[in-house]
Design a protein around this ligand. Sequence first.
Ligand SMILES: Cc1cc2nc3c(=O)[nH]c(=O)nc-3n(C[C@H](O)[C@H](O)[C@H](O)COP(=O)(O)OP(=O)(O)OC[C@H]3O[C@@H](n4cnc5c(N)ncnc54)[C@H](O)[C@@H]3O)c2cc1C
Length: 308
Amino acid sequence: MNPLRSLILAAAGNDTIRGAVATAPLSRDVVARFVAGESAADAVLTTRKLVADGLRVTLDHLGEDTTDTRAAEDTVRAYVTLLHALAIDGLTEHAEVSVKLSAVGQKLDERLALDNAARICAAAQAAGTTVTLDMEDHTTTDSTLDILTSLRRDHPQTGAVVQAYLRRTEADCRALAGAGSRVRLCKGAYAEPESVAYQDRAEVDRSYVRCANVLLAGAGYPMFATHDPRLIRIVDDRARWHDRKPGRYEYQMLYGVRPAEQRRLAGAGETVRVYVPYGVQWYGYLMRRLAERPANLAFFARALMGRK
Ligand SMILES: Cc1cc2nc3c(=O)[nH]c(=O)nc-3n(C[C@H](O)[C@H](O)[C@H](O)COP(=O)(O)OP(=O)(O)OC[C@H]3O[C@@H](n4cnc5c(N)ncnc54)[C@H](O)[C@@H]3O)c2cc1C
């Protein structure tokens, strides 16, 4: 892994650095670039603006690795409140939610995580929208796919996520490419060992293209989560190859990352969904975004020094 990335990811776990960043006067401006805010009202406001710009949204209530049942319950309630607010505002045609199973108790008890996720799926269905299950580190992949299978019995529209850096993912794509299956393909964001994951960026990219081909050739609904201009060009080309018109697949990008490209693609008739995180636990998320790209770090440093 890039040493700068390792350093920032280490800072993400350091309480002293966390305190300094959270209280720095200009941190809020930096956070606002990547995070919609701390409340459901902030999330709805940001969604309204993005939808007005022709974009779709998937909302993530920040928080993961829940270690007690009360925190898992709080997460479920936060999603139910949010889904209700989105429905009242008439936004659920264009906005769904993304859920991390670790935030609803996966590490405590798989059954609890399934029950909690099912409650969020039911609230989403009542609101007229869907849930996508984010994918976390490789030790959770089997458990997450098993829970997905259970959820899809009552909520077949529940979305899966697969990570191109995992060696297993091309096979997972074949299993998930059936009719009606919503599948997000991303590169993968965790530090994974060579035994399970490609380490070389070019290998990850090649895996992404192979997986994209499998999903486009299948009967499901592929969702291509990437900011990578080369992969976007390749997906665009392969979509035509497989006779997929815009609307029969979508692109997804993170809030605050390549916003001009998001609007360009939407303007060209593509379906583009923006992943919008919100909530008080923004620190770890922000650190992962900074670790991904040195340019983001420069923006952050300038803001902290008051020169943004
Ligand atoms: C909607 C969405 C959902 C996701 N869900 C998950 C998930 O559930 N599980 C998971 O493990 N990971 C998830 N990820 C994260 C993903 O796995 C990657 O870590 C992340 O998207 C970075 O990979 P990339 O494909 O964007 O390309 P990178 O390899 O990060 O970048 C490739 C190229 O993209 C361009 N680029 C990237 N960032 C920027 C930027 N800030 N500004 C300008 N150009 C840029 C540059 O040209 C760069 O060289 C998700 C990502 C998105 C977009």
